[in-house]
Design a protein around this ligand. Structure first.
Ligand SMILES: *[C@@H]1O[C@H](CO)[C@@H](O)[C@H](O)[C@H]1NC(C)=O
Ligand SMILES: *[C@@H]1O[C@H](CO)[C@@H](O)[C@H](O)[C@H]1NC(C)=O
Ligand SMILES: *[C@@H]1O[C@H](CO)[C@@H](O)[C@H](O)[C@H]1NC(C)=O
Ligand SMILES: *[C@@H]1O[C@H](CO)[C@@H](O)[C@H](O)[C@H]1NC(C)=O
Ligand SMILES: *[C@@H]1O[C@H](CO)[C@@H](O)[C@H](O)[C@H]1NC(C)=O
Ligand SMILES: *[C@@H]1O[C@H](CO)[C@@H](O)[C@H](O)[C@H]1NC(C)=O
Length: 212
């Protein structure tokens, strides 16, 4: 019995000490990948298909790699699209994070590029962004369901940031920092959250009535 316990305990220790394996791409479109052992700090495998647009130049890329939990800010095991669109500069991603060996084998679909009818104030160029003289209107696309505005700092100068964003990034401080830098003060517009909180309030009142 004691031996069995010892053996089991050893198994458990070995199991937890063993590191995760993930696919890592050989090139920017991931036409080939290899399975690697992740460093101990990486407890997540990630696969992401990204489209960046800089002054109308489009770049498609696929990345698969090990990741820390914090750098995967979308929910585990749920394929999620997220996007930030400043007009002159945009990035959209389809992402999946998972926690078992080589679970990031899939190459995900390109994020939805079609305009969705929502429009937001934006900056026509990075020069306008730097000067704070933004007066453009941007048509949002795909999952971009909210407007954002705020500032970042670049070389200790304030930069105006305006555009479309997917709401799933709005409350994530880690995502803000990763996308806009540590000094960013980015606020998502509230045209849709009004409706959401009204619905929540109704629900809460109903629940209250039922409970009382
Ligand atoms: C993919 O990568 C593996 C390991 O680097 C290599 O052995 C294999 O030949 C590659 N396949 C293709 C189609 O490039
Ligand atoms: C496209 O994106 C990939 C991945 O981020 C990058 O390595 C590559 O240099 C980019 N290509 C161009 C033309 O910008
Ligand atoms: C994978 O992630 C590691 C650690 O973050 C990094 O050093 C490496 O360059 C990445 N590889 C690719 C192909 O992105
Ligand atoms: C934005 O302002 C610039 C300079 O004042 C002007 O030339 C341009 O027509 C304006 N654009 C819009 C969309 O109002
Ligand atoms: C950002 O949005 C807030 C709230 O709608 C508004 O008061 C503020 O003037 C906006 N800032 C800019 C720079 O557009
Ligand atoms: C953040 O703001 C501080 C103080 O305003 C400044 O010293 C620092 O350079 C800024 N950091 C970045 C990344 O711009």
């Amino acid at each position: 019995m004691k031996l069995l316990l010892t053996v089991c305990l050893t198994c458990t220790l070995l199991y937890t000490a063993e590191s995760l394996r993930c696919h890592v791409c050989d090139n920017d479109l991931c036409t080939n990948s290899t399975s690697v052992e992740c460093p101990a700090t990486s407890i997540v495998c990630k696969t992401v298909t990204s489209v960046t647009v800089t002054n109308t130049i489009v770049n498609l890329s696929v990345n698969k790699n090990c990741s820390s939990l914090v750098s995967c800010f979308t929910p585990l095991l749920i394929e999620t699209e997220w996007s930030v669109n400043r007009g002159f500069k945009k990035e959209a991603h389809t992402q999946f994070c998972c926690v078992t060996d080589n679970c990031n084998f899939q190459t995900l679909a390109i994020p939805n590029p079609s305009e969705n009818g929502k429009q937001c104030p934006s900056c026509a160029s990075s020069a306008d962004s730097l000067a704070g003289t933004c007066n453009a209107t941007l048509s949002c696309a795909g999952v971009e369901d909210s407007c954002f505005n705020g500032t970042t700092t670049s070389n200790s100068k304030e930069v105006l940031e305006l555009g479309c964003v997917s709401r799933n990034l709005c409350t994530l401080q880690v995502a803000h920092e990763a996308l806009f830098g540590s000094n960013a003060t980015i606020v998502c517009g509230a045209p849709w959250s009004v409706r959401i909180s009204a619905a929540l309030l109704t629900l809460a009142l109903t629940a209250h009535k039922v409970l009382v």
